[in-house]
Design a protein around this ligand. Structure first.
Ligand SMILES: [Zn+2]
Ligand SMILES: [Zn+2]
Length: 312
């Protein structure tokens, strides 16, 4: 019999993926996986949730973050401040915890650097006012995780699996019959690939490889605990297959667009994939289009010249 109890606290955020699932593993050391978005409201709900399950904030010893997004790392610093818990994140994303960007300035610069690359028309460029209000976040020390690392808990261990794709440093965590899948595998929605990490190119091929790898963990009795939405029991392979076929279909759509329209910019491809895009969806749509075009270039089905993409 296992001595581990896993609690879930659902924390609201302003994004379309829906509430964040924060997991609390009641074992030695008391471990929390992901922390919700950096707002006063989310923090209040997280603190109430901990009170309900009678896990004092101060008793948390370890915080593991599945990836760098604000709705996952948001409250790590506050928990650390109150409990002195160690904070862990993949080695490639440590700096997003240690050097935070509360007013999203660095992110806005990154977006701006892509507007020309994607050939987004001036009228379609998102306005600066549309950025979120400053996040309630401060820097805190974080320790690096690498693929294959094991973190002891009770008489078990949490195994770290590096699953790049949604972000470059996304990880999944395996513990007994549970797989904490972060935003790598979600029920019902396909995570945006490309828009989740504008610093890296080629994330779609990494994402598909990571899905194949995670799919291999499928077995009877395995419960997938995602970063948003409800647990999925015995559904891992089925869900991975759905996500893989979703991207196969989209790759086919991109090829059809180029076959019928000739050379296209990233923006033109995204517009044909997603229809009229407004505000920040222009960025997400273009990033997703770029990720699919990158993979087709890798497969030598598409060539790129001066920002235009065409069939080989
Ligand atoms: Zn995410
Ligand atoms: Zn998320």
């Amino acid at each position: 019999m296992s001595s581990l109890t896993i609690h879930t606290i659902k924390v609201p955020n302003p994004f379309f993926e829906g509430r964040n699932a924060v997991y609390v593993i009641e074992a030695d050391p008391i471990t929390i996986i992901d922390t919700g978005v950096a707002t006063e409201k989310a923090w209040g709900i997280l603190v109430d949730g901990l009170e309900k399950i009678q896990v004092p904030l101060e008793s948390i010893r370890r915080i593991i973050l599945t990836h760098k997004h604000i709705d996952h790392i948001g409250n790590a610093w506050r928990i650390h401040q109150r409990s002195d818990a160690e904070v862990f994140i993949h080695e490639s994303e440590v700096r997003f915890v240690q050097e935070v960007d509360p007013s999203s300035e660095r992110y806005a610069e990154l977006v701006a650097s892509r507007l020309d690359e994607w050939s987004i028309p001036a009228a379609k460029r998102p306005s600066r006012q549309s950025k979120p209000p400053p996040w309630l976040i401060e820097a805190c020390p974080a320790k690096p995780l690498v693929d294959g690392q094991e973190l002891p808990i009770g008489d078990q261990a949490i195994e770290v699996m590096h699953t790049p794709g949604h972000t470059f440093g996304s990880i999944c965590l395996r513990l007994e019959n549970s797989l904490f899948s972060g935003d790598h595998v979600l029920p019902g929605i396909s995570p945006n690939i490309g828009g989740g990490d504008l610093r890296h190119r080629g994330l779609l091929s990494k994402y598909l490889e990571s899905l194949e790898r995670i799919r291999g963990l499928d077995r009877v009795g395995l419960t997938t605990l995602p970063g948003h939405g409800n647990p999925m029991r015995d559904k891992l392979a089925e869900r991975c297959d759905r996500l893989i076929s979703h991207h196969d279909k989209r790759l086919g759509e991109v090829l059809e667009i180029l076959a019928s329209s000739g050379t296209q910019t990233v923006y033109e491809v995204a517009e044909q994939l997603f229809g009229e895009m407004e505000d920040f969806h222009v960025i997400l749509g273009c990033a997703e289009g770029q990720a699919h075009l990158d993979l087709l270039v890798d497969r030598e089905q598409v060539t790129e010249q001066d920002g235009g993409y065409a069939l080989v």
